[in-house]
Each structure stands twice: as C-alpha cells, then as structure tokens.
Design a protein around this ligand. Structure first.
Ligand SMILES: [Zn+2]
Length: 81
C-alpha cells in the first residue's frame, strides 16, 4: 500500500501520512507499546475506496528495539526447507 495500490480492492486512491504533523495522537493513540518505556508512532495508509488501513512503524530506532524486545514469530511449519 506504500506503493499506492490497495491489496484488497485494487484501488489506487491511497492516502498516506507524508505531511501529518502529529503521528502519535493523544493518550498514545495511533502508536503501539514497544517496551515499558517506549512507544512507536504509526504511519497509516488508507484506501479511500474500501476503507482498508495499513500501519507501519517508520522509526528505525523503534524497529531495532522491537527486534530486541519482542518475541520472533516462527515461519509456518508447512514450509519446505
Ligand atoms: Zn481498497
């Protein structure tokens, strides 16, 4: 969706947060808890035709922190190796 196409309905009417001044809203809305002391603001991309929203953590430091603090999700066991 960052590339401007909706994966759900195929629309190209996607709107992104490029110039949004306040990504993280009041009381930590539009952000996710990363650790006890850190929150990561989200970039939201919205399809104005079907309403689908995709969220991305844009801050590289937070992505690193998530990789340190969170538990990795294992790939499907169905996959051949
Ligand atoms: Zn759509």
């Amino acid at each position: 969706m960052k590339q401007g196409k909706c994966p759900k309905c195929g629309s190209t009417n996607i709107y992104g947060p490029a110039d949004l001044p306040l990504k993280s809203g009041p009381f930590g809305s539009n952000s996710i808890p990363v650790s006890l002391t850190a929150m990561a603001a989200l970039d939201n991309y919205v399809c104005v035709d079907c309403g689908l929203v995709e969220s991305y953590v844009a801050d590289d430091r937070m992505l690193k922190k998530i990789a340190e603090k969170w538990k990795a999700v294992n790939a499907s066991v169905d996959e051949e190796d």
